[in-house]
Write a protein that binds this ligand. Structure first.
Ligand SMILES: Nc1ncnc2c1ncn2[C@@H]1O[C@H](COP(=O)(O)OP(=O)(O)OP(=O)(O)O)[C@@H](O)[C@H]1O
Length: 969
């Protein structure tokens, strides 16, 4: 095939120079895409694709107007493409083209989205710690080079460095992580749109796979050299100076990540680097750990279905500015563990909630603000136009308005709000605002090269130029009249266009009578156009004045923009302050409108919620409030002092002497109750209330006392992961494993069913063992919903396990869900009732009811053998992992937790109800069963009632009944 030449050839060779997926090449007044790129762009942006031939071959071609590139570029980048832009410039012999920039998802300035837009780098490095030097506090030694022979995550001695930059706001944060889970947690927290994996991470399929699964980030390969420790350290120092880098004593992988991000930004969006003035460290420890799964399970910013509507954020967000919304989302994703920070926010929310009028005034003012952090970035990048600078001017003017509203409202004057509005340098902000007000025209045009941008009185030379220009314009305006009067001409007008310049147009009837000095330049159908030496001279002067005016205005504007860029840090501060007030006012508005209360926060252990509600569900349902109590309530001062291991030992000793499960410190609460009764809602509501409290928000409850937690961990159903090729059970176990490793005694754990994805006995065993581990070793405050009623007997053996259930009322076969949490366990699932509600055909529902009745009466729980009236219990034996039969008289099955003195009948598959019946029964020896009946019983016991389709269940039961009938005859 002949190689393309000409413009297509040039395009293709430029395309070879870049690793961007698409190239937009300027060709005069258009940006053109050729070949495959044209096809992609045509498809994605619905552009017309034509063709261009070169060397006898035809190439697809698509183009967009030069002035209109931005929206197309944004559209492509938002769809995940990296787009190189080649500009055309004049040379002596004609023109040439060069790639000027590559626009990528993480470096797109013109984003239409208000969300934070993070570009991240992840570096993994081997750590070979020199024990001597580490003992003396010196740094460990690192190697972030290529560890391609193995996955970085294989090695326990790998440490991770992370950097996150938002080019649209100038935010720059670094973090360190000890393992892949922490890396993923941070990545989920920041939600980067583009990730630069370091050299060792590029081969780590597990990490990259998880990133792809859990974020929408585009993965971009950046020059490996940029991650090299020395070079990265140099880049970081150049950007932020030596002082912060030394003070923060960042580990090498973190510096490598920071350096790589900076060099990538320098390459792709050079101008914005200047807006990144502050290097901040993000410490996971300052924030509540919310792993990726928990953020999704609690539907923080999107629902399980991926919708924004109906998320917790969507519910509580009443912010009036995009910066405020961004900050509120950040608070939700990164709840704080600092009592000081939270109390400061609470005080502000309380003050704003009680000052409705002032709040409205503040919110109205905030509604007029623009996104200062983003404008600062655009100013440093050189892409802010005059209207953008006007927005800076007008937004800066809001700060004193807010301060005044706060000072003049008695409820607000003593709140932390007055300190918050004083945080930025208000004097500097006022000075900048004044200079912008003095310089900028009231309503400037969007183009900055056509004049009209700078206000009269700002620059003497410009004023003179404009004055002279206006004189000439006035001269021109009256020229037609003058010429007509002077020379007796009719139908005279004066006009201007590109080809003829200024001209005097005379109607054809009068055209022959023009004076001699008129020089004809064009004949039209009904008129002729002329010029005169005087008009020519004035035209030259006007053109000169216009050119000079445009140049001067442009220069003045650029100076002004640079001045704004120099104030990027100030703008970021003011922007942050406005966003903070907006987020606080939003929390206050929601609290006031929904009757939320201020929770008591403390560093102790207990969580005590009275009449709590689910913040999202209460919006659409008449919600039944419920209490929740976990941990040592009222332990404000002494709570944190004692380790849970000591405390657990103490409690076990207490339990042995006084009987287990009777304590007043429920730490592990088993939640049972019918399907659909509200177990999940109850547990999530507790998690949401704790989370909101650690945002600084008020909470939906009558009263709440919250001991700050260090992490919230949840495990709930994981339907969406099935599509990603992992079995439900595997996902469940992964999540459980993460929780058991990561949770501490200060954490809150929500387990919504554990062990459901496998055979019943395996499931119960895992759930039982996990409970013991969480209770004895971890000590996390835990809510655990289960349909395994066996687990309700855990309270018999473990001192701080309590049972609660969601009540339901059953009358005449009708079940009413009361949505109320009551003490103690329940043994009923009402699964068939839910099947009925779900529209399972009546014959199946009726049949299932018969089957269940018979199961209850006859076989599964109480087995009557050989005609004896003696009830026999089927007891789950933990050691053997099987159901054992035992008489209700108390003869124990072999081993199991019940053997240690617990109340054995609580371990029946029917829980409390069966126990009551059995307590009335006369003790007797267990009767012998014939082998056929025993076989049927075994099969019955192993039947997964919840996990088997109703029709299949009915036919299995029918079959077993037939066999039993046979055995009895
Ligand atoms: N306290 C409450 N007040 C009013 N409605 C509630 C309350 N709790 C739950 N609900 C409603 O009840 C429905 C079922 O709740 P949920 O999913 O929590 O039940 P569940 O017991 O976890 O069910 P399953 O065991 O089948 O998973 C939800 O639609 C929810 O809106």
């Amino acid at each position: 095939m002949t190689e393309a030449t000409g413009i297509v050839g040039e395009f293709l060779s430029l395309k070879d120079e870049t690793d961007a997926e698409l190239l937009a090449m300027q060709c005069g007044d258009f940006y053109e895409f050729f070949g495959d790129d044209a096809e992609v762009v045509g498809e994605e942006l619905d552009l017309k694709v034509t063709s261009k031939s070169s060397q006898g071959q035809s190439y697809p071609m698509a183009g967009v107007p030069y002035d209109d590139l931005t929206p197309y570029l944004t559209g492509l980048v938002e769809r995940g493409y990296r787009v190189a832009v080649a500009e055309q410039y004049e040379t002596e012999g004609g023109h040439a083209r060069e790639i000027e920039r590559v626009v990528t998802p993480g470096t797109l300035l013109e984003t239409r989205d208000a969300d934070a837009q993070y570009l991240a780098a992840i570096v993994a490095a081997d750590r070979s710690v020199d024990l001597d030097s580490s003992a003396s506090g010196a740094h460990a030694e690192w190697s972030s080079g290529d560890t391609s022979s193995r996955s970085a995550t294989d090695d326990a001695d790998v440490a991770y460095g992370l950097a996150f930059a938002d080019v649209t706001t100038g935010q720059f944060l670094v973090a360190s992580a000890a393992d892949v889970d922490e890396v993923l947690t941070e990545c989920y927290r920041f939600g980067p749109v583009e990730v630069l994996p370091g050299p060792a991470v590029r081969n780590d399929d597990e990490l990259l796979g998880a990133l792809r699964e859990r974020t929408d980030a585009a993965l971009s390969l950046h020059d490996a050299e940029a991650f090299a420790p020395k070079r990265a350290a140099h880049t970081v120092r150049e950007q932020f100076g030596a002082e912060p880098v030394d003070r923060l004593a960042l580990p090498e992988p973190t510096v490598a990540a920071a350096g790589a991000v900076l060099s990538y930004v320098a390459e792709t969006a050079a101008g914005v680097l200047a807006s990144m003035t502050r290097l901040r460290t993000h410490h996971g420890d300052d924030h509540v750990t919310l792993d990726a799964t928990t953020q999704r399970n609690l539907e923080l910013t999107e629902t399980m279905q991926g919708e924004r509507d109906g998320s917790l954020f969507d519910t509580i967000d009443h912010t009036d500015s995009s910066a405020g919304a961004r900050l509120l989302a950040e608070w939700l994703k990164r709840p704080s563990r600092s009592l000081d920070t939270l109390e400061r926010r609470q005080k502000s929310v309380a003050a704003l909630a009680s000052a409705a009028l002032a709040r409205d005034e503040i919110r109205e003012a905030l509604g007029e603000t623009a996104d200062l952090e983003r404008l600062a970035s655009r100013a440093t990048h050189g892409s802010a136009d005059a209207r953008a600078l006007c927005s800076v001017r007008d937004t800066l003017a809001v700060l004193p308005r807010l301060a005044e509203a706060i000072e003049s409202a008695p409820e607000l004057a003593d709140s932390p709000l007055s300190e918050i509005v004083d945080e930025p340098d208000r004097e500097a902000a006022a000075t900048l605002r004044e200079s912008l007000a003095a310089a900028l025209a009231a309503e400037p045009p969007s183009t900055i090269t056509q004049g009209g941008v700078i206000q009269h009185g700002y620059d003497d030379e410009l004023d003179e130029l404009i004055e002279r220009h206006e004189e000439l314009r006035a001269w021109l305006d009256s020229l037609a009249d003058r010429e007509s009067n002077q020379h007796g001409l009719s139908h005279v007008s004066v006009g201007r266009n590109k080809t003829d310049g200024y001209y005097i147009q005379v109607g054809r009837s009068a055209a022959d009578g023009v004076p001699d000095h008129y020089e004809e330049i064009k004949q039209l159908k009904n008129s002729k156009r002329f010029t005169t030496p005087e008009l020519d001279e004035k035209e030259r002067e006007i053109l000169r004045l216009e050119e000079r005016r445009h140049d001067l205005e442009y220069d003045l504007f650029c100076e002004l923009r640079e001045r704004v860029a120099d104030c990027a840090e100030l703008l970021q501060d003011v922007g942050r302050t406005l966003a903070t007030v907006d987020a606080l006012a939003s929390l206050a508005s929601h609290a006031a409108a929904n009757g939320w209360i201020r929770p008591d926060l403390h560093d102790g252990d207990g969580i005590n919620i009275e009449a709590g509600r689910h913040p999202v569900v209460e919006q659409t349902t008449e919600f039944v409030p419920n209490d929740a109590r976990l941990g040592r309530v009222g332990s404000v001062t002494d709570g944190a002092a004692e380790s849970w291991a000591d405390r657990a030992a103490e409690l076990r000793a207490d339990a042995n002497s006084s009987g287990a499960g009777s304590g007043d410190e429920p730490r592990f609460v088993v939640v049972t109750g019918p399907n659909m009764s509200g177990k999940s809602t109850y547990m999530r509501q507790v998690a949401c209330i704790v989370l909101l409290a650690q945002v600084g928000s008020f909470v939906p409850a009558r009263e709440a006392e919250i001991g700050l937690v260090d992490g919230i961990f949840t495990r709930v159903g994981a339907l969406d992961e099935l599509a990603q090729g992992r079995s439900t059970f595997m996902v469940e176990m992964n999540e459980l494993s993460n929780i058991l490793h990561a949770a501490t005694e200060d954490s809150l754990v929500i387990l919504d069913e554990v062990g459901r994805g496998t055979a019943t006995y395996d499931g119960i065993s895992i759930a039982w063992a996990a409970t013991e581990y969480l209770h004895n070793e971890v000590g996390a405050k835990t809510l655990f919903a289960t349909h395994y009623h066996e687990l309700t007997s855990l309270g018999e053996h473990l001192p701080r396990v309590a049972n609660v259930h969601v009540a339901a009322d059953e009358r005449d076969g009708d079940v009413t869900f009361l949505r109320t949490i009551r003490e103690g366990p329940t043994d009923r699932s009402y699964g068939i009732h839910v099947a009925d509600l779900a529209g399972v055909p009546d014959p199946v529902v009726d049949r299932a009811r018969d089957v269940l009745d018979r199961l209850r009466e006859e076989k599964a729980i109480e087995a009557r053998g050989g005609g004896s009236a003696e009830p026999v219990q089927a007891v789950f034996d933990l050691e053997s992992g099987t159901m054992q039969t035992a008489s209700a008289s108390g003869a124990p099955p072999s081993g199991g937790p019940g053997a240690e003195g617990g109340n054995r009948d609580a371990a029946t598959t029917d829980g409390g109800a069966a126990s009551a019946e059995q307590a009335d029964a006369q003790p007797a020896d267990p009767p012998a069963l014939d082998p056929d009946t025993e076989a049927v019983l075994d099969e019955l016991a192993s039947l997964d009632v919840n996990g088997t389709a109703p029709i299949e269940l009915a036919s299995r039961i029918q079959e077993l009944q037939d066999r039993l009938d046979g055995a009895e005859q």
